[in-house]
Design a protein around this ligand. Structure first.
Ligand SMILES: NC(=O)CCC(=O)C(=O)O
Length: 300
């Protein structure tokens, strides 16, 4: 049986910056910087920015806005403001250009500690390729490549797992993070006016409830003059699956007090971690296809 093992953790104040972006990269960096400083002024210890905060969200924009992490004005700004603000900064994501292969781009989150040191990166693992007829077609893989690893960040407040937007639809990320001792999953994201009202909050509550951990998702503010209309509604959900902080679609900062004791408390009273039956879930990591009789068969 699996025990619930938490990394040593302490209370902290989380801030989600629901940033109003534009097509002007420098203006986006300047605004993000001032909002991080504002969040720190309000007592935040851990600050999150939205997906693609330095760029409009669209496959045609990514090549133009992409930066190599080794020579990146966005990374430089994030590092310096994390230090100035004295916070852990989960720097949303930016289109990243591969160091060696100029044609390869990723959607990448960078994380900084309060000294400004980059302590983690996460490349979006599940690319947002969907087609809802008459509503929205978005194919991230037209210009982006997928990352191929999971990311768990050690902070002085405990271990924190991350994903980027569409990654939240894949429960395995949060499940693995919880089993590795993470107290929270943070997702910079940018849902839209079709899938946002359907699934944005539900997905966060589901990930939180299933894994008995905090879940937060940080969106850009909505801009109806942009080509992609973000849902907004940056939200924090507690380990019981209840929304503890949220907002509408406008530019704002959402704050929540995170108490890792709450994780321990729900895991003690509803002890899923001691009751799991990994002895009978053997198929879970196999890729299956559904055959003509409706049965799941192993993909060759
Ligand atoms: N940026 C994204 O990955 C969007 C994901 C999304 O909207 C969804 O419905 O999933």
């Amino acid at each position: 049986m699996t025990q619930s093992v938490l990394s040593p953790a302490s209370k902290f104040k989380l801030a989600l910056i629901q940033l109003g972006g534009s097509a002007n990269k420098q203006a986006n960096l300047t605004k993000a910087r001032s909002q991080v400083l504002e969040a720190a002024k309000q007592g935040a210890n851990v600050v999150v920015l939205p997906e693609c905060f330095n760029s409009p969200y669209g496959t045609n924009f990514f090549p133009e806005y992409a930066e190599k992490l080794s020579s990146s004005p966005s990374v430089d700004m994030l590092s310096s403001v994390a230090k100035e603000a004295g916070v852990y900064l989960f720097g949303g994501s930016i289109p990243e250009r591969d160091e060696k292969d100029d044609d390869k781009l990723y959607n990448t989150l960078t994380v900084f500690d309060p000294s400004g040191k980059m302590i983690a990166t996460h490349r979006k693992v599940h690319l947002f390729d969907i087609d809802v007829p008459g509503k929205i077609r978005f194919i991230e893989s037209e210009t982006l490549s997928a990352g191929d690893s999971l990311t768990h960040v050690d902070t002085k407040y405990g271990k924190i797992g991350v994903g980027i937007c569409y990654d939240i639809r894949f429960p395995e990320l949060a499940m693995v993070a919880a089993r590795k001792g993470c107290v929270a999953m943070l997702y910079p994201g940018a849902f839209n006016l079709t899938t946002g009202p359907m699934h944005w909050e539900l997905l966060q509550r589901a990930r939180a409830m299933d894994n008995q951990m905090y879940v937060a998702a940080c969106s850009p503010a909505r801009d109806m003059t942009a080509t992609y209309h973000a849902w907004g509604h940056s939200t924090v959900v507690d380990p019981k699956g209840m929304v503890v902080a949220t907002c509408d679609e406008k530019e704002t900062i959402v704050y929540a007090d995170i108490d890792p004791e709450e994780v321990q408390s729900i895991r003690s009273s509803i002890p899923l971690y001691d009751q799991r039956r990994f002895d009978i879930y053997g198929d879970v990591a196999e890729t299956v296809v559904i055959d003509e009789n409706g049965n799941g068969v192993k993909k060759q």
